[in-house]
Design a protein around this ligand. Structure first.
Ligand code: FE
Length: 356
């Protein structure tokens, strides 16, 4: 049995509540219900093993609702205070921050999460605690065609705006959450004036109008339509692990760069979770969040989507990530909470510079 968990016994803080519930057995059983209602935007086979282990260890049964991020937000808003959701799993800081801004989460206090997860991968702490927490990270990297672009010309995000790369750059929509998150931290570093000029430089360098997803950008570099593009690491890892010859051929034609290694570090984003505003099983929800930070769950959570663990000191081995240089790269440390702060401003900049 994996020893991921050192808190199978109720914490001291929760004991009086549980004792009261045992004594008043005629009361409707709420807090002691061994149930957790999870709304998840993640759907990976390995997650099943993780959830089963949680249930076996804690006795808490997980009822899961699968939807995409937008679907989860719509559902939570429609359900309001009647929502059965206890924990919400979402991907990308921009999406989680948006849901947080709608008041869909509640702050929690957990010494275990405080110790395990770096503060820059969580929402800003208030006196009441922290709303969302990142449980895995994905790096937003540069892919390029070594026949057309020199490695030293694509070592940083800033260089993507250099006129040297005119007619070579491909990205998905500027307004996609992955790009909004990246641009939010770049603009946090550069400031508004230089940041907007940088976005203008990206637009000036476009090989074509933004379209498609990250995988499409990688394939467009391999096909020669683009010379350089931006992608999340897990998309490149999926192609590297693919048993299709055409995917292997794609990865054989491109190179991956972890940008800004000599300066601010590579931008990382998160898949994360939060306790729902109207959670009916709050203690179970916190127990589940703490479980997600355990080394056991981190392995499944990160590896399930070729991501990196978020918890401090947890190492996992993923050959595809290692092959592209993902071992021990320098990650950006700007708090991802700046994504929430800068998102509207960045969207306005994108509109002004004509970045669709
Ligand atoms: Fe994705």
């Amino acid at each position: 049995m994996p020893s991921f968990f050192d808190s199978q016994a109720p914490s001291i803080a929760r004991l009086p509540i549980m004792a009261a519930l045992v004594l008043c057995s005629a009361l409707p059983a709420l807090a002691q219900d061994k149930v957790l209602n999870l709304y998840s935007a993640r759907h990976y086979q390995t997650d099943e093993v993780m959830y089963d282990t949680f249930t076996k260890t804690t006795g808490i049964k997980i009822n899961r609702v699968d939807a995409d991020d937008a679907g989860i937000v719509a559902r939570l808003r429609a359900e309001g205070a009647a929502s059965p959701a206890d924990v919400i799993l979402m991907v990308d800081a921009a999406r989680i921050a948006s849901a947080d801004a709608l008041g869909l989460f509640q702050p929690i206090k957990s010494a275990k999460l405080d110790a395990a997860i770096p503060a820059n991968l969580r929402a800003n702490a208030s006196a009441d605690g922290v709303t969302w927490t990142g449980f895995s990270t994905r790096a937003r990297v540069i892919v390029y065609d070594p026949k057309r672009v020199k490695a030293e010309d694509v070592a940083t995000y800033e260089q993507l705006a250099d006129p040297k790369l005119k007619g070579l750059l491909c990205t998905r929509s500027g307004s996609h959450p992955y790009n909004l998150s990246l641009f939010s931290t770049v603009i946090e570093r550069l400031g508004d004036v230089k940041g907007e000029a940088w976005l203008q430089g990206l637009v000036n360098n476009m090989a074509r109008a933004p379209k498609g997803g990250d995988t499409d950008q990688i394939k467009a570099v391999a096909s020669g339509e683009c010379g350089v593009a931006i992608t999340n690491t897990y998309y490149a890892a999926r192609l590297l692990k693919s048993d299709k010859a055409e995917d292997q051929a794609v990865m054989g034609k491109v190179r991956v760069v972890f940008p800004n290694q000599g300066t601010s570090g590579t931008h990382v984003n998160i898949a994360g979770a939060a306790v729902a505003k109207h959670a009916k099983h709050r203690d179970n929800a916190i127990t589940f969040m703490e479980f997600l930070a355990s080394p056991f769950a981190q392995d499944y959570f990160a590896n399930g989507n070729n991501e990196f663990p978020a918890a401090k000191g947890v190492k996992i081995d993923n050959p595809a990530l290692r092959a592209m240089g993902g071992d021990g790269f320098k990650a950006e440390t700007i708090p991802l909470s700046v994504v929430a702060k800068n998102m509207t401003k960045v969207q306005q900049m994108l509109d002004r510079v004509g970045y669709r």
